[in-house]
Structure formats: structure tokens, C-alpha cells
Write a protein that binds this ligand. Structure first.
Ligand code: NDP
Length: 329
């Protein structure tokens, strides 16, 4: 077939959904003003939810999942982009309602793209991926709310995951004291090598606790949600900030107002999907400055398109450590 390329296509069926690697052409892609030769994509937690059908993430059928990708522009009708530009895409509903990164080509709106920082290869950018870019948004939120390195320990929940691993590396580089909360204590050496000053068992946070407890954390990056987040908020020190980005432990929040009205704690919501371009550019330029590439490599494994389905089940089962990048070629 002329000009065909490989893609992981998901089709909704009466029984749920089925996934298959197919040879497709540009005609199978969705509307957009920029076509990108995709180099790498990744497997994020949301991709796991989408591919396993655990949550109704996919809103079109057939379509190509993959919420992020990096690559080189092939053609563009958008004023900001020309052939040869290296670009990154995170979110904007790509891999949810618009075909995404698990293909050798993607067609998207130019407004959704960010220039790849010179410091990174396309593989590096996807080793960071949406999880790492979200970790940077969390760290920026702590900074913007005045939590500094000397204020005390910063708790990172879901520490072995993508968001957690990158958050620990970033916080350590910036002089903070990140404490890793994990259900995998056997990975303590890995977490300490990333910069965790201490590794604690996530069970400490998984049972309902007091509405307000001992002040332990100057701030926190929470990828887990639910009872864990409620306990973290209750243990946050006076004036501290909790950046909440995830729901790996559940989407509820069984909390009270006491930490907010008695300690002035700030609960800061983090969204990477619709974050405006200015914040994205700030996050990517700060990643270029503040993320140690050796640490990034130590947390990254690479798979091909044919490994994506298995990896999706693994990430939902909490078995993936760090970041998984997908070399689509
Ligand atoms: P990962 O699967 O890589 O990491 C999640 C980690 O959470 C796991 O490694 C595990 O860490 C911990 N965890 C898993 N299940 C549970 C559980 N039942 N109870 C407590 N802890 C658990 O996912 P990502 O890092 O890619 O994403 C983390 C979260 O952030 C997800 O919920 C994701 O949807 C969300 N997210 C949100 C974004 C946004 O824009 N707001 C963007 C990107 C991600 P350990 O083994 O160390 O305990």
C-alpha cells in the first residue's frame, strides 16, 4: 500500500473493545493542520485506563490511543510550524477523542504542539511524557505557593510511578527533601538514587485517619487521591501546599475542612490536559533545566508498539516502575 504506516487501532465492539496493529494511511487519521512523523510515545496511567477499558477514556471508534508523542513535523498549514520542526504533544484530548501517539504518524491541531526543547531528544521527551510534565506542573505549583526547599519534607505518593519518580528527581535537584511513599519498599534503593531522603510504606496513608494530624509535610505531590490524599492534607504543616494530580488509589476525597481553616493548607489541583500553552512552555523549559538526564534514563524502559497492550495491564496493576516509552518505528 502506498505511503502506509503502522498504528495501534482500537475499535469498540458489543463486548467492549478490541485492539490491533494495522497498516493505515493518512486517510485514516483525524482532522488537523499539522502532520507529524511520530518517533516515540509512552504508556501513562490514563493510556492504561483507555487500553484496558477500565474507564471510558476513548470517545471515538475506531481510533488510535496514546495521549502523548514526540516527533518531527512532516507538513503544516499552521503558521507556527514547518516541516522539520521537532515537537511534543501532551493531552488536549489526543488519545481520548482524537487519534494519538501509538502510530508512526499523527495529524493534530498545531495549537496543541510545543517545541521540543533543544536539551532533549524525542526519546527523552517521551521518557518524561505526560507523567513527567505533570510532575513538573506539581513542582511549579509548590513553588508558586511559596513552598521552598528549607520549609521541610515534601511527600511524594505513588513514588515508583511515572509522576512520582520524576517528581522525586526534580525536587531533589532543586534542593528539596522528597520523602517517597510507596507500596513497593523493595524499590527503596531506586527511589533513594532518584533523590528520596526517606522511603515510607504507603499503608501509613491508606486507612481513614484523623481529620487533622501531626504536621509532617511542608508540601506534597499526590498521584494517589482518595484516603491517601485526605491523610496527606491532614498531615500538612501550617501554610503548606498539596499538589493533587492523580487517582491511582481512587477518585474520592474523604476529607474535612479543618486543615484548610485551621492551618491555611492549600489544595492545588493540577491538570495537564487543557493547561494553557504558556504553562506548558514553562514546564518544558524547566524540565530542560532541572531534570537530570542520567536519573531520567535510570527510570525508563523502552517497548515497541506490540508491547503496548501488555504494558497497559501492567500499569493499571501498579507493576510499572518509572516510565515506559514506546518506540513506534
Ligand atoms: P503510574 O501507574 O506510573 O504510577 C501510579 C503509582 O501509584 C503506582 O506506581 C503506585 O506507586 C501507586 N499506586 C497504584 N495503585 C495504588 C493504590 N491502589 N493505592 C495507592 N497507591 C497506588 O501512573 P502515572 O505516574 O502515569 O500517573 C499517576 C496518577 O496521576 C494517575 O492517577 C494518573 O491518571 C494521574 N495523572 C494525572 C494527570 C493530570 O493532568 N492531572 C497527568 C498524568 C497523570 P507505588 O508502587 O510506589 O506505591
Amino acid at each position: 500500500m502506498a505511503d502506509s504506516f503502522r498504528a495501534l487501532m482500537v475499535t469498540k465492539t458489543d463486548d467492549g473493545q478490541s485492539a490491533e496493529i494495522k497498516d493505515i494511511t493518512d486517510a485514516d487519521l483525524m482532522e488537523g493542520d499539522v502532520t507529524v512523523a511520530v518517533s516515540h510515545s509512552t504508556v501513562n496511567y490514563k493510556d492504561g485506563l483507555a487500553l484496558t477499558g477500565t474507564a471510558p477514556i476513548l470517545r471515538a471508534s475506531p481510533m488510535i490511543p496514546g495521549i502523548d508523542f514526540a516527533g518531527e513535523v512532516i507538513s503544516s498549514d499552521h503558521a507556527d510550524w514547518k516541516a522539520g520542526d521537532k515537537v511534543v504533544l501532551n493531552g488536549y484530548g489526543v488519545g481520548e477523542g482524537h487519534s494519538g501517539g501509538y502510530a508512526q504518524r499523527a495529524r493534530v491541531k498545531g495549537d496543541w504542539l510545543v517545541k521540543l526543547p533543544d536539551a532533549f531528544s524525542t526519546a527523552d521527551a517521551m521518557a518524561i511524557g505526560t507523567a513527567g510534565y505533570t510532575a513538573m506542573l506539581c513542582v511549579l505549583a509548590l513553588e508558586k505557593h511559596g513552598v521552598g526547599p528549607k520549609d521541610g519534607d515534601i511527600l511524594v505518593t505513588g513514588a515508583n510511578g511515572g509522576v512520582g519518580s520524576v517528581a522525586i528527581a526534580l525536587l531533589a535537584k532543586l534542593g528539596y527533601r522528597p520523602v517517597a511513599s510507596t507500596g513497593r519498599p523493595e524499590e527503596a534503593d531506586y527511589l533513594k538514587a532518584l533523590g528520596a531522603v526517606d522511603v515510607i510504606d504507603r499503608k501509613e496513608f491508606s486507612e481513614p485517619g484523623r481529620p487533622i494530624g501531626k504536621e509532617r509535610w511542608a508540601g506534597a505531590v499526590d498521584a494517589v487521591g482518595s484516603t491517601t490524599l485526605a491523610n496527606v492534607i491532614a498531615q500538612t504543616s501550617y501554610g503548606g501546599t498539596v499538589a493533587a494530580c492523580g487517582l491511582a488509589g481512587g477518585a474520592d476525597l474523604p476529607s474535612s475542612v479543618y486543615p484548610f481553616i485551621l492551618r491555611g493548607v492549600t489544595l492545588c489541583g493540577i491538570d495537564s490536559v487543557m493547561a494553557p500553552r504558556g504553562i506548558r512552555e514553562e514546564a518544558w523549559s524547566r524540565l530542560a533545566r532541572d531534570l537530570d538526564l542520567d536519573k531520567l534514563n535510570s527510570m525508563t524502559n523502552t517497548i515497541g508498539l506490540d508491547g503496548v497492550i501488555g504494558a497497559a495491564s501492567d500499569i493499571i496493576a501498579g507493576k510499572v516502575r518509572g516510565r515506559l516509552i514506546v518506540d513506534v518505528n
